[in-house]
Design a protein around this ligand. Structure first.
Ligand SMILES: [Zn+2]
Ligand SMILES: [Zn+2]
Ligand SMILES: [Zn+2]
Length: 262
């Protein structure tokens, strides 16, 4: 089995031939924390990277829509977090909103670029949805958003192809670019998506109590259940999640039955 294309390693485990020391930046050597490649399980990606790929792509619409909400509080914001019109009166805040829009455009354009790459390389007959995106004059390259909901449509198109994406040698590059853009946007303009830690259902991937439910801030967005253990990183579909909960209930009921019998 080959190692993860992102270069992930198993912390604490070493490849044959590791001396236990690795060179550091300042020409000294430091202790090796682990260098055994983490096995690729989905295409060229390890379990953690594969989970991160799905989570990153599937949460992009919420991130972009949140950035637009921050930038244009009067036009949307279903949660009514801001009062209409008032915030734009101060110049420093206007600049902040403009920056949120720039990030929304960049993130959307990066996503569309990768989607175009997928469509071309996989010779897909159904192309990337073009409405809702602003294009360069020749129509060749995406520039940014032209309408709300556009990112959601592109992600809806891309998600069924993610397993194929994971088989490409450039999958780690795509993952790194989208994940770092998305997380820096979320750090700058935090998305208020509460993560609820699950305390009674074990992750079907690793058996640990390590699942979180990410409730999207945006109405209509997918709820996401994922494992927070880096060695696992399983993302659960709605079906997986329902099955894991039924299983937990069955185990709890059986345990209770045994308790009564004893
Ligand atoms: Zn090592
Ligand atoms: Zn990896
Ligand atoms: Zn897990």
């Amino acid at each position: 089995m080959s190692g993860c294309g992102s270069g992930c390693v198993v912390r604490g485990d070493h490849a044959p031939g590791c001396s236990g020391w690795v060179p550091s930046d300042d020409s000294a050597v430091v202790e090796c924390w682990g260098c055994l490649p983490r096995p690729a399980v989905q295409g060229v990606l390890c379990a953690w990277c594969w989970g991160r790929m799905q989570a990153t792509v599937r949460t992009l619409p919420s991130v972009v829509e949140h950035l637009v909400d921050v930038a244009e509080p009067s036009t949307s914001s279903p949660s009514g977090r801001r009062s209409v019109g008032a915030p734009s009166s101060r110049p420093s805040e206007r600049a902040l909103y403009a920056e949120a829009l720039v990030q929304a455009d960049d993130l959307h354009a990066a996503l569309v670029s990768w989607a175009l790459e997928v469509a071309e390389e996989a010779s897909l007959r159904v192309g990337v949805p073009r409405g809702g995106t602003r294009w360069t004059a020749d129509g060749g390259d995406p520039v940014g958003l032209a309408g709300r909901g556009a990112t959601r449509r592109v992600v809806g198109w891309l998600v069924p192809h993610l397993e194929w994406v994971a088989t490409r040698s450039w999958a780690p590059v795509m993952l790194e670019e989208l994940a770092s853009m998305s997380s820096s946007a979320s750090r700058r303009f935090p998305v208020e998506e509460p993560q609820r830690r699950v305390t009674d259902v074990r992750c079907p991937g690793c058996g640990c109590l390590s699942l979180v439910v990410v409730q999207p801030a945006v109405v209509g967005a997918d709820r996401l259940v994922r494992c927070t253990l880096s060695a696992c990183g399983r993302v659960l579909s709605e079906d997986d999640w329902a099955r894991a909960r039924r299983w937990a209930v069955a185990v709890a009921t059986a345990d209770a039955g045994e308790g009564e019998a004893a």
